[in-house]
Design a protein around this ligand. Structure first.
Ligand code: TUI
Length: 314
């Protein structure tokens, strides 16, 4: 059994979060993860508030455990979602792709645990000062919007910069990654890509198949030119987009090229125009299985490794 301070804080059995993957992490997936003893997180992504409210209601019909909502701060609906999580009494809010400072006071006053994703030490210090409950340190191995630093480099520095519990994210998919994260000073992990293969994850079958067949070098980062680097599978879309970026295509045209690409991947499995977000760890995702089984496998995989760790000390 691996437990940490974050389990007590959130009332969860295992210190395992499911990442708030835009267009993917809906009420059904989040509820399955929470029922499996982790923390399921609904992704608001770019969706309107009503969608998020509906997903919270769906999750509540499936689980009585704590759930989270991830607010993507670049979304035009971020203000609406920030209010809805209070109205719906969501237990945990995580944020991504920006600075959530202006919302934190209201969330804390409503009794919500606030856990921002940070990709730098400066942001970790600011969030600590503003009263965040914990931090997610997400390295650039992750899928979707990525920061500059790797998990290996980011996590210990964030741990040194805060006294809050730190959750490591990016490049973690099994017991070895989980154990390593704890060794770096984290109190738990967040996984996104590993949950793409969950039975309760309702992405298009083509998306799932691409993840299950992925190899080590099959992701790439695009979007740096627009200031929003995003890691995805190396598909025709990603290669075309990268080509456009490096051939002086105007920003407006690049914006247009990327519009709707996440939805096309998730809902239609469109290999030409879809953007299939994925972390570097995709090659280690081997089979479809229930979310609860994924959590158990990762936690139980870490136990013998941690037990054996003392062998190195003579
Ligand atoms: O946010 C994510 N992953 C995401 S968001 C997303 S949807 C999207 N759509 C269009 C363009 C871009 C994204 C898909 N995947 N992960 C959390 C994360 N947050 N990673 C990095 C950061 C981050 C970056 C900068 C957090 C804070 C930050 O601070 C910026 C500042 O204001 O100083």
């Amino acid at each position: 059994m691996i437990q940490s301070e974050i389990c007590e804080m959130l009332g969860i059995k295992y210190p395992v979060f499911q990442g708030g993957m835009a267009w993917i992490a809906d009420g059904k997936l989040a509820a399955a993860v929470s029922n499996g003893g982790g923390l399921g997180i609904i992704a608001a992504g770019n969706a309107p508030g009503d969608y998020v409210r509906d997903q919270i209601h769906i999750a509540r019909t499936i689980t009585d455990k704590a759930i989270g909502v991830n607010i993507m701060l670049l979304s035009p609906f971020a203000d609406d979602v920030a209010r809805i999580v209070i109205e719906e009494k969501v237990e945990v809010v995580t944020t991504g792709a920006g600075n959530p400072s202006k919302y934190i006071k209201d969330w804390l006053a409503a009794g919500i645990k606030v856990i921002p994703v940070v990709a730098s030490v400066a942001m970790a210090k600011l969030m600590t000062r503003l009263g965040a409950s914990a931090l997610i340190a997400e390295g650039g191995e992750s899928g979707g919007h990525v920061g500059e630093l790797t998990t290996m480099v980011l996590v210990p520095q964030i741990c040194d910069a805060t006294n809050l519990p730190v959750i490591a994210a990016g490049g973690i998919a099994d017991g070895r990654g989980f154990a390593a994260a704890l060794m770096l000073g984290a109190q738990g992990v967040q996984m996104g890509t590993r949950f793409l293969s969950a039975e309760e994850c309702t992405i298009h079958p083509t998306y799932k198949e691409k993840i299950l067949k992925a190899t080590d070098l099959c992701t790439m980062v695009t979007g740096k030119k627009l200031g929003h680097p995003v890691r995805s599978l190396r598909t025709q879309f990603a290669k075309d987009y990268a080509k456009a970026e490096f051939s002086g295509t105007p920003d407006e045209e690049l914006e247009e090229l990327g519009k709707g690409a996440l939805r096309l991947a998730v809902e239609e499995g469109d290999m030409q125009k879809g953007c299939f977000l994925s972390g570097q760890i995709a090659a280690m995702v081997k089979k479809e299985q229930p979310a609860a089984e994924i959590i158990k496998e990762v936690v139980e995989g870490a136990e013998p490794i941690l037990m054996r760790a003392s062998q190195w000390v003579k």
